[in-house]
Write a protein that binds this ligand. Structure first.
Ligand code: CA
Length: 219
């Protein structure tokens, strides 16, 4: 499992990133300060560090310089609200491997994490065929079969089906599904439309509504 160190002080962003990354089967250890982030990076094993520039105790650039000075080659992806070219250059010169200006889409961040982290792609859970009940989902070929019959899905329908099926047996909250498929700008009612569509394809009882919580894929 890919293990990510998240050094970020914005509570809401931390909460949504942790949720999304865990859904993508990525283990997250998080801290709010540069000092603790540096200590964790030096004492534990990670595949990637996501580092905010505006931290309460010191700049992310400083954390990065200290990390590199101590000989660590841990891949580092910088997050920052600043979008000037000067900051990008400064980040890369300080030893960052990649750079994401805020706000960003979760899918893009995930793609970059997969690209930059040390874990080989063979361990990527997004390529594993998922079979639950009479539904078979193949992420690599982006196909869904129900009772052996191919079902065509749009990109978002596929992402939602993948999320629900990969978490089969566990309730996926509405917030989690919205954030995962549509990002933070989603309207809640769009999810109902997509769930209705998936039920029409996978069978009404394949996706259970858990009142006040979310959805449970039972196949
Ligand atoms: Ca910050």
């Amino acid at each position: 499992m890919t293990r990510v160190l998240l050094v970020e002080d914005e509570e809401r962003l931390v909460a949504s990133l942790k949720d999304g990354l865990r859904t993508a089967q990525i283990e997250v250890v998080d801290t709010r300060t540069g000092r603790e982030g540096l200590a964790l990076a030096r004492s534990q094993d990670f595949d990637l560090m996501i580092l905010d520039i505006g931290l309460p105790d010191q700049e992310g650039f400083t954390v990065l310089r200290k990390l590199r000075a101590s000989g660590s080659d841990l891949p580092v992806l910088i997050l920052t609200a600043r979008t000037s070219a000067e900051d990008t250059v400064r980040g890369l010169k300080s030893g960052a491997d990649d750079y994401m200006p805020k706000p960003f889409s979760f899918d893009e961040l995930l793609a970059r994490i997969r690209l930059r982290s040390r874990k080989p792609l063979t361990e990527d859970p997004t390529t594993t065929v998922i079979e639950v009940g009479h539904c078979v989902l193949d992420p690599l070929n982006r196909t869904l079969e129900v009772d052996g019959e191919p079902v065509s899905l749009s990109n978002r329908e596929f992402q939602l089906a993948h999320l629900l099926m990969s978490q089969a047996g566990r309730v996926v909250t509405r917030a989690e599904a919205l954030e995962h498929v549509w990002g933070s700008a989603a309207r809640a009612n769009v999810l109902d439309v997509y769930i209705r569509y998936l039920r029409s394809r996978m069978g009404t009882h394949a996706i259970k509504t858990v009142r006040g919580e979310g959805y449970l894929f039972v196949g």
